[in-house]
Design a protein around this ligand. Structure first.
Ligand code: NI
Length: 184
């Protein structure tokens, strides 16, 4: 099932998401549906708050990048209760980001290139690992959603001023996009 994507201005995108436990109802189906929703909208990541659920659940697909990054061939992962526990601030990078919840906006965001994350995979195996490169970038964007943040919170004040009109169009529902959304 393809969920509608909640867009900028929806209160759920500003909530801090909660950890879930093993008896969360129909979790497997939910994860499958999140993958389907992400593929349908051609995103590389989707966080549960973007479909209206304030829980710590994220899916990421990097297979579409595998031509340039062979290590991401067939990369389709679900992250349950992810938390970033350390940022390696020794190197940061400015990179363009976009978001399914903010259609039509792409802006450069500065983030550390390496992070340490803890999460459970789909089989409820615990992971505690350092991640870098493109995956670290996407994880930081997606896990921000679980903290009630969106990427435009992290752009420069000047860039923010420049996209003010676009953001207010999103808030007032004056925009179009190619996938199913839930407007305010
Ligand atoms: Ni996003």
């Amino acid at each position: 099932m393809i969920y509608p994507i909640f867009t900028y201005g929806q209160p759920v995108l500003r909530q801090v998401a909660q950890d879930i436990d093993k008896d969360y109802p129909e979790l497997d189906k939910l994860i499958d549906d999140m993958f389907e929703t992400m593929y349908n909208s051609q995103g590389v990541g989707l966080a549960a708050p973007q479909i209206g659920l304030p829980i710590r659940l994220v899916v990421i697909t990097l297979d579409c990048l595998s031509e340039d990054y062979p290590e991401y061939k067939d990369f389709n992962e679900a992250y349950i209760n992810p938390h970033i526990v350390e940022f390696d601030e020794s190197e940061t990078k400015l990179m363009d980001e976009g978001c399914l919840s903010l259609p039509g906006i792409n802006e450069p965001v500065r983030r550390p290139t390496r992070i340490r994350v803890k999460y459970l995979d789909r089989q409820w195996q615990e992971h505690d690992e350092w991640v870098e490169g493109y995956l670290a970038r996407v994880m930081q964007h997606e896990f921000d959603h679980l903290e009630g943040k969106v990427f435009t919170d992290r752009i420069s004040p000047l860039r923010k001023q420049l996209i003010k009109k676009k953001l207010s169009c999103l808030l007032s529902g004056k925009f179009s996009c190619s996938y199913k959304i839930k407007r305010k």
